[in-house]
Design a protein around this ligand. Structure first.
Ligand SMILES: [Mn+2]
Length: 456
């Protein structure tokens, strides 16, 4: 049971269960009148500028206080799932650099993820990847995670690392290989049952490299067939999130290339299937906010894999390259979920690998950037926006969004953390904690491969 794992610092926060009623933050917003949702950022700015007298007056009376409280409560309830693979060494096909103290197995990954949760208060779930995180005793994993104050989130099957998958997995021309892939996903469903997870997050590396290599329609039909078999094995209430990507590792075509293909298959499968948007899986210039809005309106959005990118699937820190785009995605989420009577369940997950940067700090930075984007989206004055849109006021509408985006939400986020019994600055708290130094001492580097993701 990993006696080499450093003891985590004492837990200071109350772990809230976000698996109860789905997304209570949205329910909270639904219970408030629309004008309360339309936060006036000028009030918030005044409060930040004059944090003593004026701030006290604003927070102690009337609407401003009510608005601020709604935003604070929403921020506190918004949870983010972190990925086990983000805590271990990873790299490119050129080199995997070892980070001193990087987690070497699932238990160490869970310990690091639990620290991220203790510091932020909003990361109670950890996604796992099979077989990278494969263990013999899942009941023991479940209780170890619970001891640490976290639990297992989405189970991610791996359909790209076996020799047999050279020409694909669920779409492979050979039925025996397809059955092997189905069997692996069924094993993941079983693992999910054992760790009390209700989510299978499925990404396929399937595709071809050359025109004519395989029959595209035949591959589509094979995929429908194998996914149907998988869907039938889901436990009641379990979700199958279908993740698309337009290229890589295949370069001519990818069997699940875009949201429309994932949507079509999810629709055919049934209500337990939804689309997962990985923010790094689109061609340059794709409008992510539009895809999110469309899927939300069709109630087909099941979750996110957040990361940022500049050229390909770079898996960089969320919001580090295109913060305005991240804000616009959250703007659609807030807009859609506050106007619906039944809030959809959407899983907010990070999918990153950290090649040259410290793993835990990179994860914390991503969580903070997501919280900033969300908080800013909550500040959008939706009444003013609707008025500007109705009046054809192009730039007026744009400025409503821009005003919210440019609002400094750090004081709000700091207050939310303080109310949760947390340090207002999780990264500073992490740097002070000595955890990085401790794991660098107690986790010697493994001597295995020096290159090839995730071969560290
Ligand atoms: Mn992903």
């Amino acid at each position: 049971m990993g006696s080499e794992n450093p003891r985590p610092p004492p837990c200071q926060l109350q772990v809230h269960d976000d698996r109860g009623p789905a997304y209570p933050l949205f329910l909270l917003f639904q219970s408030l009148p629309l004008h309360v949702l339309c936060i006036k950022e000028d009030l918030l700015k005044r409060e930040q500028d004059q944090p003593t007298e004026d701030g006290a007056r604003l927070t102690s009376q009337g609407l401003a206080s009510e608005e601020r409280r709604a935003v604070l409560e929403a921020i506190k309830r918004f949870t983010i799932e972190t990925p086990s693979w983000g805590y271990g060494d990873s790299g490119t096909r050129f080199k995997v650099f070892h980070w001193p103290g990087a987690a070497r197995n699932l238990r160490e990954k869970l310990a690091d993820a639990a620290l991220v949760h203790r510091l932020t208060g909003v990361c109670p779930r950890v996604a796992i990847h099979i077989p990278w995180d494969k263990e013999d005793d899942w009941a023991a994993v479940k209780s170890y995670a619970a001891e640490l104050g976290v639990r297992i989130g989405a189970v991610n099957p791996n359909l790209f690392q076996d020799e047999e998958y050279r020409f694909g997995s669920l779409c492979h021309p050979d039925p025996a290989v397809r059955q092997r892939a189905v069997k692996h996903v069924l094993e993941c469903i079983q693992i999910a049952r054992e760790v009390d997870s209700d989510t299978i997050s499925l990404w396929l590396a399937d595709g071809t490299n050359y025109p004519g290599q395989d029959d595209l329609r035949a591959r589509k039909r094979r995929l429908e067939e194998t996914l149907t078999e998988i869907y039938a094995a889901l436990a009641p209430g379990m979700r199958l999130l279908i993740e698309y990507k337009f290229f890589e590792p295949a370069f001519y075509h990818t069997d699940l290339a875009d949201w429309g293909m994932a949507y079509t298959l999810a629709r055919k499968l049934g209500p337990q299937a939804r689309v997962l948007v990985d923010t790094g899986h689109h061609p340059q210039g794709t409008n992510l906010a539009h895809i999110v809005a469309f899927l939300l309106d069709e109630d087909m959005l099941g979750g996110f894999h957040f990361n940022d990118r500049r050229y390909a699937d770079d898996d960089l820190i969320v919001g580090s390259q295109h913060p305005f785009e991240l804000f616009l995605v959250f703007n659609e989420l807030v807009a859609a979920t506050t106007s619906q009577s039944q809030a959809p369940r959407i899983d907010y997950m990070i999918d990153q690998s950290h090649n040259i940067e410290p793993k835990i700090e990179a994860m914390l930075q991503s969580v903070l950037h997501i919280q900033s984007a969300y908080a800013r989206a909550l500040l959008v004055d939706r009444r003013r926006l609707a008025e500007a849109q109705a009046a054809g006021d192009v730039l007026g509408a744009y400025r409503v969004l821009r005003d919210a985006f440019e609002t400094d939400v750090r004081p709000l986020l700091a207050q939310a953390r303080e109310e949760m019994g947390l340090d207002p600055d999780p990264i500073a708290a992490f740097r002070r904690s000595g955890y990085a130094e401790e794991v660098a001492r107690s986790r010697p580097a493994s001597k295995s491969g020096a290159s090839g993701y995730p071969g560290a």
